[in-house]
Ligand binder design. Structure first.
Ligand SMILES: [Fe+2]
Length: 314
């Protein structure tokens, strides 16, 4: 089974129309790579507008990915709260965030993209999350890491949180004997490293400090403890806008936040996880596209071609 992982598409028909085209490009590349299943780890829309989800769903239908065995997704902070595009919108945005009920928004979006959630096992009858979906040899475990808006703990609506009730379910799922033969892949939006370990060079100035306060996952250390203690084969996430593969204990973790434009090298990215004969191989394909990719100095080899990263095997 070959899985493509993308994230942070930030589709925005109003202000960022190219993001839908970039998403289509990535889906076409996934088809070219003979992908069996597409995973999206949140921030599908930039402003959480109904039109953006409609266009995204149409793309999945167009390329044959809008069936439960072909697509699995979780939501991100932008899907719940939206985001600002113009500076003068900030005050209105924060005012709106206070009025949003994240649970009802998640459940609304779950119904909008119903095919992704069809056939999932849910453990809380009032919530689409956490869920388990079994596709071939894989058990996808979807977590909702969006946090309630809070003036102190989530001032820009972009921090995450794993709630205590979800930790209990996480343990229950990971230790469930009925699931023991599946490769377990956790899907979550927020990243699992602290911002001081970010791949982006730290400038030490005030913007770094602010970014650390508004881009963190509350209960991150507890989640890391669970990942080290219970059997998990892979974690897939987004949120921070570059791609990377790192490890928590022995568990590999893929970030696909740079799918539409990696902020380190401006390339477009597709994370790939191939599961065959019980073995997992993982790598990232990078794409230069004349229409979308920013012009920065790069070798001729990197232009007009796709190139894979180092391959990891588990
Ligand atoms: Fe995000």
């Amino acid at each position: 089974m070959k899985i493509a992982h993308i994230s942070d598409l930030h589709i925005c028909s109003e202000y960022l129309p190219q993001n839908l085209d970039k998403t289509e490009f990535l889906i076409r590349m996934a088809l070219q790579k003979n992908i069996d299943h597409l995973v999206i780890t949140g921030d599908i829309s930039h402003r959480s507008l109904p039109m953006d989800y409609h266009m995204f769903r149409e793309l999945l239908i167009k390329y044959g990915f809008y069936t439960p065995d072909k697509v699995t997704l979780v939501f991100g902070n932008h899907d719940i709260y939206g985001g600002v595009h113009l500076f003068e919108e900030i005050y209105h945005f924060l005012d709106q965030c206070k009025k949003i009920n994240p649970l009802s928004k998640v459940n609304h979006l779950g119904r909008v993209l119903a095919s992704s959630f069809a056939g999932t096992t849910r453990f809380d009858k009032n919530n689409f999350f956490p869920f388990v979906k079994i596709v071939g040899p894989v058990l996808f475990l979807g977590l909702d890491s969006t946090a309630p808006y809070s003036y102190l703990k989530n001032p820009a609506a972009s921090n995450g949180l794993i709630q205590n009730k979800d930790f209990a379910l996480l343990k229950h799922i990971l230790l469930n004997k009925d699931y023991k033969d599946y490769r377990k892949i956790i899907l979550i939006h927020h990243h699992l490293f602290s911002c001081k370990n970010s791949k982006k060079p730290c400038t030490g100035n005030i913007t770094d400090f602010i970014e650390r306060q508004i881009m963190k996952l509350h209960q991150r250390k507890k989640l890391i403890h669970y990942l080290k203690k219970y059997p998990v084969d892979f974690v897939l996430h987004g949120h921070i806008h570059y791609n990377s593969l790192y490890h928590i204990g022995k568990t590999p973790v893929f970030c696909a936040g740079g799918s539409i434009e990696d902020e380190i090298d401006q390339m477009m990215k597709l994370n790939i996880i191939n599961i065959e004969n019980g073995r997992i191989k993982a790598w990232t394909e990078s794409f230069y596209n004349e229409q979308f990719t920013k012009e920065i100095p790069r070798t001729a080899e990197h232009k007009h071609s796709t190139h894979p990263s180092k391959m990891y095997a588990y």
